[in-house]
Design a protein around this ligand. Structure first.
Ligand SMILES: NC(=O)c1ccc[n+]([C@@H]2O[C@H](COP(=O)([O-])OP(=O)(O)OC[C@H]3O[C@@H](n4cnc5c(N)ncnc54)[C@H](OP(=O)(O)O)[C@@H]3O)[C@@H](O)[C@H]2O)c1
Length: 329
């Protein structure tokens, strides 16, 4: 058994993470042991390894924030869960491990026959996509939204959820070679980012209402969205893929009344009720199990290849997510 362990953070995300042998203690009352089936590497995991994320675990730590596993043992007093059950791991659990021990009450049972790789990505990106479409602006069927990094996993989910709500999406990517990936994820209207983006957006959308821009990039890309949304519209930033501060010119802020907001799922999880979370995650799990919601996967890696996996996740121009599948070791 292995764990992806790091005891320091540094500017290079691969520098300190390493696969070390894992031993687990005996189960205590109320606990279950779970073998991890799949756990993605998200941009937030890379930022956690470099120390740039908004919330950092104490060191030493095990990498990985979310994932899916199968219960392999339960303490004698556990009656709520059974061996063999597929479960969602608790968020922030250090999911890049062969096996882990958790309170059985923290393990959420999942549909048994769904793809564990797709389910392993449910905790962070699908709710982010859903909330970006529901919490920022009151969108009506027929409205347009514009998003950048449209070939990202969040971008995939936004296209799929928007379709179900009869919203139109302008998908902005930074390279034409990503158009196919957006199309495969269900997107229709693709544009490359650039200084003339707002002009091309106006040609595409015509008199349509475009009240929301969804920005994962920052820097000048934020300004391109701000210049593209309708007068009085909103741009929501939820990512820092460029590493640059968001730019927005007074032309948008002052003369067009555009608002710039931020969104972080962690705040929503802190502020929302358990009932609201159950409704959201229940709906997303059903959509993932049915295949309606899915993210592209570029490659899977065992834990013994954790450095290669993190390097792949930290590099651009992938064709989807990098996912750790510890049982492949
Ligand atoms: N605020 C929140 O609560 C929240 C929750 C979830 C995710 N996020 C954020 O959402 C974003 C997308 O996450 P994800 O897991 O969906 O990503 P992902 O699937 O790993 O995709 C990364 C995306 O970023 C693009 N990209 C990479 N480097 C870039 C650069 N220097 N400039 C512009 N674009 C660049 C990639 O384009 P190429 O393919 O061209 O490289 C790709 O579209 C991340 O910033 C993540 O941190 C935020």
């Amino acid at each position: 058994m292995l764990k992806a362990h790091y005891a320091q953070r540094g500017p290079k995300p691969t520098e300190f993470i390493e696969a070390l042998p894992l031993t687990l203690p005996e189960l205590s009352a109320g606990q279950a042991r779970v073998e991890v089936l799949a756990a993605p590497i998200n941009p937030s995991d890379v930022l956690t390894l470099t120390g740039l994320y908004g919330m950092l675990p104490d060191l030493p730590a095990i990498g990985g924030n979310e994932g899916v596993g199968r219960i392999v043992a339960c303490a004698e007093d556990v009656s709520s869960h059974q061996v063999g059950q597929i479960v969602l791991l608790p968020i922030g659990c250090g999911s890049w491990v062969s096996e882990l021990i958790a309170d059985a009450s923290s393990l959420i049972p999942l549909p048994p026959h769904a793809d564990p790789i797709q389910l392993s990505m449910i905790m962070v990106n699908p709710p982010t996509a859903a909330l970006l479409l529901s919490e920022i602006v009151d969108l009506k069927a027929g409205d347009w939204v514009i998003q950048n990094a449209a070939n990202s996993a969040v971008g995939n989910y936004i296209n799929q959820l928007a379709k179900a709500r009869e919203l139109n999406v302008v998908n902005v990517v930074r390279r034409e070679s990503a158009f196919d990936a957006v199309r495969q994820a269900g997107g229709e209207h693709m544009l490359c980012d650039g200084p003339d983006l707002p002009k091309r957006v106006r040609e595409l959308v015509g008199k349509g209402n475009l009240p929301l821009g969804i920005d994962a990039v920052g820097g000048v890309a934020t300004d391109h969205l701000a210049d593209s949304v309708s007068q009085g519209g909103t741009v929501v930033n939820y990512g820092m893929m460029s590493g640059e501060p968001c730019q927005m010119s007074p032309r948008s802020l002052v003369f067009r009344g555009i608002t710039l907001k931020g969104f972080w799922l962690a705040f929503w999880l802190r502020q929302s009720t358990p009932e609201a979370q159950q409704v959201l995650y229940g709906d997303l799990a059903a959509r993932i199990a049915s295949g309606e919601l899915h993210a592209q996967v570029h490659a899977t890696y065992g834990l013994s290849q954790i450095k290669e996996a993190v390097a792949a996740a930290a590099s651009g121009e992938r064709n989807g997510k990098i996912v750790i599948t510890p049982q492949k070791d």
